[in-house]
Design a protein around this ligand. Structure first.
Ligand code: 7PM
Length: 324
């Protein structure tokens, strides 16, 4: 494949005359001097995720785990109540999207049968809607049956960490619902991915793989404007692979899709900061969220919504060019 366009994302002010917004951002710009019309259109046009969601600032996606190993299981009555309470708290804290997941994709994790995963997730989504919460919901699943039940219960977006490589039927379910889908890169399966991840050129390989998965999704009837891309931090990546992907994150804008980044509380944050306990990795996670924002990522997937929203409020003020 050809070398993709790699805009240099900038937030410094004042902006030069050749500055264009990076994919519609009010905060991140790139110098389009010398770029042709096609490159300008690809890299400057807003990339909407859903009608009603902003395109000029990063969106915060709050993680609502409903796995038994998280502190609540959506499949029990207490767990259902707890999950809805956590979702409501995230919305109050400023979450733009809620990501509901009933299958742990932890390295080495066991597979969850479809009926169990549906029993954990669909009732939580229905209960969130019954509470009158209208915030867009994504369903974090690799499985068509789980996605179908979630979309019927009120979910809006499919978040597939396998990028349509796990369940051949998920593309049909997504296309028929007209739902946006996030295609995430992973090397290997959750069982094996962290054993010995290798790349010759991680940025190019992840980029080309995602380009291929976008082509596949479109061939399966999913509209190009409904696809979100994600480099899959921690999914078959070493510390150095994760850092290379984060440094070069803006390159993924050339895929023409909004970028979702999930780094919250992941292992590499603990490795670099010397913090073993995942629940204590909030400050490092917020730091990476600000980095992703400055690369023009459209969606940032986090556990700590209030902290991330507060940090982004300051980042947004500092990167806004005041009108004369
Ligand atoms: C255990 C280990 C449990 C890892 C959960 C995880 C992403 C995702 C996850 C991501 C998108 C986590 C992961 N990560 N979906 N789902 N992107 N799109 O740390 O990076 O949350 S699960």
């Amino acid at each position: 494949m050809t070398t993709p366009l790699h805009p240099i994302p900038r937030t410094d002010l004042p902006r030069p005359s050749g500055a264009l917004p990076l994919t519609g951002s009010a905060h991140v710009w790139w110098d389009a001097t010398g770029a042709d019309a096609a490159a300008r259109a690809l890299l400057s046009t807003p990339k909407p995720v859903l009608p009603g969601l902003a395109t000029d600032r990063p969106l915060v996606m709050g993680i609502v785990n409903v796995t038994p190993d998280s502190f609540s299981d959506g499949g029990t009555l207490g767990g259902l109540h707890d999950a809805v309470a956590r979702a409501a708290a995230m919305v109050a804290a400023g979450a733009d999207i809620l990501d509901i997941g009933g299958e742990s994709t932890r390295p080495g994790a066991a597979e969850v049968p479809v009926p169990d995963e549906i029993a954990r997730t669909a009732p939580v989504i229905a209960a969130i809607r019954a509470e009158g919460i209208a915030t867009p919901i994504s369903i974090d699943t690799r499985k068509a049956g789980v996605a179908e039940a979630a979309l019927r219960a009120g979910a809006d977006i499919v978040n597939d960490v396998s990028a349509l490589t796990w369940d051949a039927d998920l593309a049909r379910v997504t296309a028929e619902a007209g739902a946006p889908i996030c295609l995430m890169h992973a090397q290997g399966t959750p069982q094996t991915m962290q054993l010995d991840p290798r790349y010759d050129d991680v940025l190019t390989e992840v980029y080309d793989w995602l380009a291929g998965r976008i082509d596949h999704a479109v061939a399966q009837g999913i509209a190009p404007g409904r696809i979100i891309s994600d480099p899959g931090i921690g999914f078959g990546k070493t510390l150095q692979h994760n850092l290379t992907l984060l440094r070069g994150l803006a390159r993924f804008h050339a895929l023409g899709a909004p970028i979702l980044l999930g780094a919250s509380r992941k292992k590499f944050i603990g490795t670099l900061s010397g913090v073993d306990e995942a629940a204590r990795r909030m400050p490092g996670s917020v730091s990476v969220a600000l980095w992703a924002a400055a690369q023009g990522a459209q969606i940032i997937r986090v556990h700590d919504v209030a902290e991330t929203v507060q940090a982004l409020a300051l980042w947004r003020a500092l990167t806004t060019q005041e009108q004369a």
